[in-house]
Each structure stands twice: as structure tokens, then as C-alpha cells.
Design a protein around this ligand. Structure first.
Ligand code: UTP
Length: 235
């Protein structure tokens, strides 16, 4: 069986703050897709909501207090971002599933037929990190790559603590001590990894690779099974 790779691409990666970096990153992602397709790799890509999710949830919060309903707003934004990436890959002629699946089991089925399946969120109560872990489980992948806008998992929040240390290897239980496990985040809240995703990775014995997705070369190394700069978490 061709090996399957599942990647969560944080929504912030689609819209770097500097506008010239936006087309540069998308251009490098397209090149990577061409390289992967040339090597007959199968890749499931789960796209986060990033800026549109945060903006839409902030707007809706003025009128809506239900967490589930705010999560639905966030899910719509992830599906918008997923459509952008899906259409870009279709445009360069990649063998991409023509629909954006609503469940990870549908995505795993589509990955049998297509080289790429792009999806966003599924149901309330978790983020796209957890969706990517569930997709990895359903597709029989051993590892789920979480490409985000930080280089590593840190022992504490580097935005708050100057002495935070970056970590290169962790067990899933060590990760759970840092991030928490099983407790949902508030709609639109940010964390290096969603605690629900940590719980699902532990249950399904999925290893996690956390890396800086702003550098496509690092993502490529991880997809090629080479040593990469980031944090590897063994389940
Ligand atoms: P994201 O997966 O984008 O959250 O979902 P994130 O961790 O902020 O990721 P980045 O910033 O894109 O890297 C955005 C929001 O959408 C809802 C949640 O409210 C989440 O906070 N969501 C997403 C769900 O409820 N279910 C899903 O499956 C996905």
C-alpha cells in the first residue's frame, strides 16, 4: 500500500502578515505538491481557519453565546480555507478529490482514489489538529504532521516566558502535561496543539510531528521521512 501522510496546515500559514510572503508560501506549497505527486505519494491535508475564523467568531460572539454555534462559524472558515488550497492544487493539475469531505472516514476513503484530499473542520468541540489526527487514524497513517507558525513545542508558553525551552523529542504523556489532554479549547482559542488532538493521538497511537509550516522545506523533510527541525512526539 502506498504510504499515507496526513498534514494539518494551520490557517495562519495561508495569510502571513507580510503580503509578499503570501504568494511566496503558496508558490512553494504548489511546488511541494508537484514533487509529492511526481513521487506518487498520497497526502491528506487538513486546513485551519486562521484569520477568517477568528474574525468570524469575534463577530458572531456579539450575538451568539452557544459554543457549538460559534464552533460552526469556525468550521465554515476552515472549509473556506480548504477550498482555496483544493482549488490551487486542482489548478496545477494535481489528482485532488473534487469535494471537501465533512468526515475523516470519507476523507480516508477518498484518499484511496486520489493523491490529495483537502478538508477543513468537521464537528464542534475540537480544532483541525484533532481532525488531522482522526484522519491519520482512519487512513492508517502512523504519523500526523502539525505544521504551524512556531518552530517547536516549548516547555511553557514562549510568548509569556523568556526562558521557555524548545523541545525536540517528547512522549505523548509529556506533551499532555504541557498542553493538557481531552479538554476542549474555547471557540477560536489558540494553543500549540489542541488537547483533544493529544487525547485522540494517544488513543490511536499516532505519533505527532510539530514543525514550522512557514518553511516549506521543513515540511518536505518531514514528509520525506528525513530528520526535520521541530518536535517529534511518540505515542
Ligand atoms: P482551527 O482548527 O483553525 O483552530 O479552528 P486553530 O487551532 O486556531 O488553528 P489555526 O489558527 O488555523 O492554526 C478554528 C475554530 O473552528 C472551530 C473551533 O471553534 C476552532 O477554534 N472548529 C474547527 C470546530 O469546532 N471543529 C472543527 O473540526 C474545526
Amino acid at each position: 500500500m502506498t504510504s499515507r501522510h496526513i498534514v494539518a496546515l494551520g490557517g495562519s500559514l495561508l495569510r502571513p502578515e507580510e503580503s509578499e510572503k503570501r504568494s511566496e508560501w503558496l508558490g512553494q506549497l504548489r511546488q511541494l505538491a508537484v514533487h509529492l505527486e511526481g513521487n506518487e505519494r498520497k497526502v491528506g491535508i487538513v486546513i485551519g481557519g486562521g484569520l477568517p475564523a477568528r474574525e468570524a467568531i469575534e463577530l458572531a460572539k456579539n450575538c451568539i453565546s452557544s459554543t457549538d454555534k460559534l464552533d460552526q462559524v469556525g468550521i465554515a472558515a476552515t472549509r473556506l480555507n480548504a477550498t482555496i488550497i483544493q482549488q490551487i492544487l486542482l489548478d496545477i493539475g494535481c489528482n485532488v478529490a473534487p469535494s471537501i469531505p465533512h468526515t475523516t472516514s470519507q476523507s480516508a476513503e477518498l484518499l484511496e482514489k486520489y493523491n490529495f484530499v483537502v478538508m477543513g473542520g468537521t464537528t464542534p468541540g475540537h480544532t483541525t489538529d484533532a481532525v488531522a489526527v482522526a484522519f491519520a487514524r482512519d487512513a492508517g497513517a502512523r504519523t500526523c504532521i502539525i505544521a504551524t507558525n512556531v518552530s517547536h513545542v516549548y516547555d511553557k508558553d514562549p510568548r509569556q516566558f523568556d526562558d521557555a525551552q524548545s523541545l525536540t523529542n517528547l512522549t505523548i504523556d509529556q506533551l499532555a502535561e504541557i498542553t493538557g489532554i481531552g479538554e476542549p479549547l474555547a471557540p477560536g482559542a489558540s494553543a500549540v496543539i489542541d488537547p483533544i488532538a493529544v487525547g485522540w493521538a494517544k488513543d490511536a497511537c499516532i505519533d505527532l510531528a510539530v514543525l514550522d509550516g512557514r518553511q516549506i522545506s521543513i515540511l518536505e523533510q518531514a514528509l520525506d521521512g528525513q530528520p526535520f527541525e521541530g518536535t517529534l512526539i511518540n505515542s
